[in-house]
Design a protein around this ligand. Structure first.
Ligand code: ADP
Ligand code: MG
Length: 575
């Protein structure tokens, strides 16, 4: 994207909604600029009337006029800065809400490929840089341009020849800022990427503290993080130096203009060709022009920094979603919950197929177990049913309706999922259970917990159902967390139940409790369960054995044992 395209998009997406406030702000910027110009201009009558004409009245009026002008200028500046700050923060908030909406609806395929910490850094750090470029860059740039314009106006009004000499170095300043801008773009992109990397490293270390300690990798982690911190520091320093270079060098270049103007003014002064009052006013305007000029010289670096951030924010916002509803999608007409996969193929990365032209039937009201070596495609099948992924070919039907033609809401509302890793939020136990049904009554929540064999231990917690889970639920055991997530599924009371190795990381005692809870949850529902231990699937109505993305055997336990095939081998290996 070119700078112009980025600017256009920023105007369209972020700035336009605030055009009202920005126009008011612009109005006050014009006042600030005019007031600055007026201060310089006032030097002309000041010299003429006070010093040359010795006018006593003017001796009072002009200082009052100067105070008045500066008063107006300070009020206008304050209003203008306040408005811009508001707009800037509102743009941040808007952009973040848009980003979060995008993230929460994004396809799993994309989310799984990108480290969550990078998204967080994008969300917090890049958006701030973007805002900085909009309010410090675009908006303050406008103020500086206006001010410079007014001051140049005074300079040209007083003496156009002198003014022309004074701006002789402007093209050089232009070239300088362009160069620095390019350098800034690179440094800024690099520092943003490094910020993402650092965030990932931190998040991994916080998640894996126990492993880091157990394997005594503190030193190597410190060195890894230090390297990233230092790389980031260097990039940021490079950016800051680039930005810092703009003003002094622009000032230096502008010095040629000033020197030239003074020289030329001196010659004309000696010849008596330049009235002192005009010259002083000219000089005042030229000096006042320095500050906006210096800031404008670094404007491009500020913009480039923000543009680099904008590109990263746009990347996220433009992330295409492949799992969409058809615009004329129907609601699922739920009958029994018969599920059928017809000739389904799925590949995650366009090369290796995780599922190969696979067809299975999952009968309603019964339990179907998926077994097979890891990597055989069990989770992939589970992922297809709520449309976490879409198959590359083939179809999935529920009660004879292709799920691609259904609204995602109606599809997911009939499905409850208990995942391998119980996911609990930083909320109370009660709110965690009611996560999928916010309007549930206390009685419903307690009943769900009882059915999930969780009521007992919840009651023993310090605040019972109101106990806060805390980050990731460290205070609960795996089995307890799993039972809370089963209670959540109970409360949702959906007719289709998906269980992904829900008992895989439990000790035998909690496994027994969780297993009992699951069995009562499975009753009369269409259940698809991935079981890591064959002992848990013996009772299933149907067992599907997968091998390398294909179905190798189907039947119940007895039938498969008698078949003397893969299942029997897996079974014998386990017992
Ligand atoms: P299982 O659950 O039986 O262990 P999966 O369905 O998870 O198997 O995986 C099937 C195949 O797809 C494996 O080869 C795995 O490496 C691959 N796979 C699974 N998930 C992804 C993913 N998000 N991206 C890329 N490949 C994946
Ligand atoms: Mg799996």
């Amino acid at each position: 994207m070119t700078g112009m395209e980025i600017l256009k998009r920023l105007f369209r997406d972020s700035i336009k909604p605030y055009s009202g406030k920005l126009l008011i702000s612009l109005f006050f910027m014009v006042i600030v600029a005019l007031a600055t110009g007026a201060t310089a201009w006032l030097l002309d009558p000041a010299i003429e009337k006070i010093f040359l004409d010795k006018d006593n009245k003017m001796l009072v009026y002009i200082p009052i006029a100067i105070i008045f002008t500066l008063f107006i200028k300070s009020i206008a500046t304050y209003i203008q800065v306040s408005l811009l700050t508001e707009v800037g923060q509102e743009i941040i908030a808007d952009t973040q809400i848009k980003m979060f909406t995008k993230i929460i609806h994004a396809d799993l395929n994309w989310l799984n490929k990108i480290h969550s910490a990078k998204i967080i850094s994008n969300f917090l750090y890049d958006v701030n840089l973007l805002q900085g470029s909009v309010s410090n860059g675009i908006a303050n740039g406008a103020k500086d341009v206006l001010t410079l314009f007014c001051l140049l106006g005074v300079m040209f009004y007083q003496d156009w020849k002198l003014a022309s000499v004074a701006i002789i170095a402007f093209p050089l300043v232009g070239i300088l800022t362009k160069r620095l801008g390019q350098r800034m773009k690179k440094a800024s992109t690099e520092s943003q990427v490094e910020t993402g990397t650092l965030a990932s490293l931190l998040s991994e270390n916080l998640d894996g503290t126990r492993i880091v300690k157990a394997y005594q990798q503190e030193k190597s982690e410190i060195s890894k993080v230090s390297k990233s911190v230092i790389r980031r520091m260097k990039k940021i320093t490079k950016g800051a130096k680039t930005k810092g270079a703009a003003s002094p060098f622009a000032e230096f270049l502008a010095g040629f203009g000033i020197a030239g103007a003074l020289y030329y003014a001196g010659i004309r002064g000696i010849e008596g060709d330049l009235p002192l009052n005009e010259f002083v006013s000219f000089l005042g305007a030229m000096m006042l022009a320095f500050q906006p000029l210096r800031r404008l010289a670094s404007l491009n670096t500020t913009l480039q920094e923000g543009f680099a951030a904008a590109v990263r924010v746009f990347d996220l916002l433009d992330q295409e979603s492949f799992i969409n509803e058809k615009f004329d999608a129907d609601k699922l007409k739920f009958i029994n919950g018969d599920i059928e996969l017809c000739n389904v193929s799925l590949s995650y990365d366009n090369n290796k197929k995780a599922l190969k032209n696979l067809s299975i039937k999952i009968p309603s009201g019964k339990s179907t177990a998926l077994v097979g070596p890891s990597g055989s495609g069990k989770t992939s099948i589970l992922n297809l049913i709520p449309r976490f992924y879409d198959p590359n070919s083939g179809s999935i039907r529920i009660d004879d309706q292709d799920i691609k033609n259904l609204t995602i809401q109606s599809l997911r509302s009939v499905i409850a999922l208990v995942s391998q890793e119980p996911i609990l939020f930083d909320l109370s136990i009660k709110e965690n259970i009611a996560y999928g049904k916010k309007e549930a009554t206390d009685e419903e929540i307690v009943n769900a917990a009882k059915a999930a064999a969780a009521h007992g231990f919840i009651n023993e917690m310090p605040h019972g159902y109101e106990t806060l889970i805390g980050e990731k639920g460290f205070s609960l055991s795996g089995g307890q967390k799993q039972r809370i997530s089963i209670a959540r599924a109970f409360l949702k009371n959906a007719p289709i139940l998906l269980l992904d190795e829900a008992t895989s990381n439990l000790d035998t005692e909690s496994e027994k409790l969780v297993q009992d809870a699951l069995e009562s949850l499975m009753k009369d529902r269409t259940t698809l369960v991935i079981a890591h231990r064959l002992s848990t699937v013996i009772k299933s109505d149907q067992i599907i054995v997968l091998d390398n993305g294909k179905v190798s055997e189907v039947g119940n336990h007895e039938k498969l044992i008698n078949q003397n095939g893969t299942y029997k081998r897996l079974y014998e290996r386990e017992f």
